[in-house]
Each structure stands twice: as C-alpha cells, then as structure tokens.
Design a protein around this ligand. Sequence first.
Ligand code: AHR
Length: 309
Amino acid sequence: MSLGSAVSFPAFAADKPLTMGFSQVGAESEWRTANTVSIKDAAKQAGVNLKFADAQQKQENQVKAIRSFIAQKVDVIAFSPVVESGWETVLREAKAAKIPVILTDRAVNVSDKSLYVTFIGSDFVEEGRRAGRWLLDKAKSMPAGDINIVELQGTVGSAPAIDRKAGFEEVIKSEPRLKIIRSQTGDFTRAKGKEVMEAFLKAEGKKINVLYAHNDDMAIGAIQAIEEAGLKPGKDITIISIDGVKGAFEAMMAGKLNVTVECSPLLGPQLMQIAKDIKAGKEVPKRITTEEGIFPAEVAAKEFPNRKY
Ligand code: AHR
C-alpha cells in the first residue's frame, strides 16, 4: 500500500523522542477508560511524548485539539473520532502541515483517503454480525412466535453505532421471527442505557424478549432498569452486548447477561509501533483490524481470570 497521496512527511531525527497528539472521544464507558490507559501506558513504554486531550464526546473539542496539535507541530496526530463525518477540513489542515494522521478505534467518512495514513481498530460490522449469529442460534430454542428485540444504539453518527446496527440487521433478516420493535441511542453510557431501557419497558413491557446493546455499559445500565421493573435480566429478557469488559463478565457470571461480543480497547502498543514506523518512512497497511472473539455466559467464569480490561 502507499501512504496515500503525494504527502511526504518530514524526516525524523531518530535520537529525538516522537511527539504524538492524541484526541480521545471521552470517558463514556469502561471500554474507553481501558483504551485510554492502554494508550498512555504504551506511550510511556515506547518513550513517546504523548499530548493527550479528552474531547468529552464532542466533535468540536476534537477539532480544536487537532488544530492545537498542528500549531504545536507534533510529529504524529492520532485520534478516535467521536462521529464519522465532518473531518475533511481539519484533516486537510493536518495534511498541509505534513503531519501524518492515524485513526484508532473508529473510522472517518472522507472521500479522500489520503487524509489519514492508517486506521487501527475493530471490524464493527463483523461485531454486529457476531451478535446476530449468536441470536439466530439462540432463537432455535426460544418459544414459537415473534421474538421482539429492543436495541440500544451507541452514539448517533459514530462508526460503531452505524456498523453494529448494520451487521446485526444483515444477519437477523434471514429469520422473520426476529423483529426489532424499538431502537434508540443510549450514547454508550450506563446512565443513558438505563434511562432508555426504562422507556422501552414502559412502552412495551413483557413484550420484550431480547435486548441488543451496542456496548456493555448500556447493557449494564439496562440490567438495572429491568430488575427495577421486576423482571429477570438474562432470563425474562435475553441480553446481547458488545465489548467484553470485566463488568460484562461479572454480569454474565451473575446470570444477568447472556453474551458479549469482544471489542478490544488495547490498541496502545500497536499505535505506538505504527507511529514509529510511519516516522521512519516505512510502509504501513491502510487498515489494521483487531482480532476478536465472542464470549457467551457459559464460558464467562473460565475466561474471567484472563481478561485484561
Ligand atoms: O468505539 C468503541 C466503542 O466506544 C465501544 O464499544 C464503547 O464501549 C465505546 O464507548
């Protein structure tokens, strides 16, 4: 692959520590906290001088942070974009300043792919498919008739929300009994997951058979709402979520969550290596996909001691 475009990056003095500006989405979930720790620890380990900015889930804060990294003439900019669209202008500014940009975790939707060098992260569509395939299989042992699903979506306009919805729908459409009866954003947070689940329960009550949550935190918030409504999460309502954080494993071991699809936040070491490779003028792949699995409740207790986040 080429480094995209005709951009050539300034020669890098190997004896000087690399400076990276990193704009993080926020601290909305257990996943995100683990991702931040991974990046900060890996920077220390790799001797990278990290300038870290928390955008508090706001795109405008990320744009400001990127502009400030450009003004500070950092060697590399990395960021996890809160939403997919609206990045062309600021990324063009980085390109004009000859600062390579690495996307981590989430993608951007830009027509000019040379605006970033590489994207390291999960295949969110596949995660949605994995969740859908697990449900297709589970449906075989569920009582006859419609299986009513409520969906807690991630942040509106974010790559994981868009892709996890698409992957899941692509798979479940092969089984007409599976019906999404409500779908709303819970912004990837426990508090919002609980609030939206309360509204779903109020509107649909015992009609709800399945909850598909785009992340574990929203599922954990929803579990509280389900219990407060006098129902048994994981039994009266089958719950599927994504991430594989320790909190999800604890919920599975307590019998309150049925399955979590893995999404690894441990991107720090790879990010630091790729940044060094880029500055050393090496060719790097345009897309680096994280390898992941799926953990049903049946394996939770055995897997829990191995979990790193
Ligand atoms: O982009 C990854 C997603 O963002 C994780 O699934 C979620 O927990 C986080 O907030």
